[in-house]
Design a binder for this molecule. Sequence first.
Ligand SMILES: *[C@@H]1O[C@H](CO)[C@@H](O)[C@H](O)[C@H]1NC(C)=O
Ligand SMILES: *[C@@H]1O[C@H](CO)[C@@H](O)[C@H](O)[C@H]1NC(C)=O
Ligand SMILES: *[C@@H]1O[C@H](CO)[C@@H](O)[C@H](O)[C@H]1NC(C)=O
Length: 396
Amino acid sequence: MIVRAAVGLCVLAIALQVAAYDVVREYSGNTFFDRWDFYGSWDNLTLGDVWWQDRATAMSTGLAYVNEAGSAIMKVDNTTNVPFNDKRNSIRITTQDFYGVGSLWIVDITHIPYGCSVWPAFWTKGPTWPDNGEIDIIEGINLNTNNQYALHTTGGCFKDASAIQTGATGVTDCSQPSGCVVQETGRNSYREGFAAAGGGVWATQFDVAGIFIWFWSRPNIPASILQATSTSPIDVSDFGVPSASYPVSRCNIPQYFTAQQIVFDITLCGNWAGIPSLYQAQCLNQGPTGTCYQDNVVGSGSPKYDEAYFEVKYLRAYTTGAPAPTPASGGIASGSSLVATFASVPEPTIIPTSLPGGINTSPNGSSAGLITADVWKGIILASTVGIGLVLVLLIL
Ligand SMILES: *[C@@H]1O[C@H](CO)[C@@H](O)[C@H](O)[C@H]1NC(C)=O
Ligand SMILES: *[C@@H]1O[C@H](CO)[C@@H](O)[C@H](O)[C@H]1NC(C)=O
Ligand SMILES: *[C@@H]1O[C@H](CO)[C@@H](O)[C@H](O)[C@H]1NC(C)=O
């Protein structure tokens, strides 16, 4: 009997443990850059005036490195005199791993690139754009004062404008060129204010119930994140109301998003920061021509690009680690029943019904290539729960 009770408690403990997210990978310190690919081409994607360096050149020219504080620096070249018709060197890195639905990403940053012509982003993408979805977590241009969130998808995915959040909803159709946009309204989410406050933290929950993004300036970071270590599980229940909420009510997440790679990049001008009307509204007097390229990219890099760098303390990827339901039945069906819960409760409690997240070395989403450890965890958990139930019945 004692043995049975002990086994029962064990089962309970395991089941409770699953109600938190587990770390699957941390990018930090001297190993920060180990599992990323460096782009190694000019910006042929957003048509910015930069050459994104390959790994070896980025490291040897000091555009990517780990500083004395142990933070990762990614920056625009501010030491080269760029002649007319040339591009300026910068960084774009993409994780080698893919993270499935059921993931949580937490990034702690102390400096974000900013200034006229500067367009930084921290975001995620699938292998094919926009078919596999895109989540923009940090993005801004020129002299914007607030961070901006967006999803990009194929037609049929919308931002539910009635969802509980603190940010301001813009375009709601995620297939529009801008994506479906939410403006951060909290203080110090970008530029000098962000840096002066000591930076801050973003958390992004990528779930069958929706995509939810939180921002906290340094003084407001919740205890769960302050106390988290590189290996400890994390409970999201003290996160509060998200800045941006994209619940499943108007966008079926697993339909529009496959497993995602995480990207940091900095471009200059290009097809957002460089649009003449947008550029000139904020930066017309930056130089003699009023054009983004000539008044910024060309010529001396300093002081114009002295603030054009990311400084990142860590990026952690978490997974629910829940046993794997098949994507078609379990995940989507339970997702829709969660909407009602979420509409009345600002803090989503969605972990037990989530699809497994976790690392994927193939771009094909959660049904293919989940790391073996997670699969085993699922099998062990499922069978332990099964045995536990039988034992509990026997005890009763
Ligand atoms: C961008 O350049 C890379 C490297 O040359 C190439 O592999 C890729 O196909 C290009 N992408 C586009 C959209 O042109
Ligand atoms: C480039 O910017 C960094 C800060 O990002 C600054 O410390 C450095 O002095 C600048 N380089 C030059 C040549 O001014
Ligand atoms: C992804 O799935 C498709 C279709 O099932 C398959 O053809 C392709 O080989 C898969 N790719 C990888 C990298 O597993």
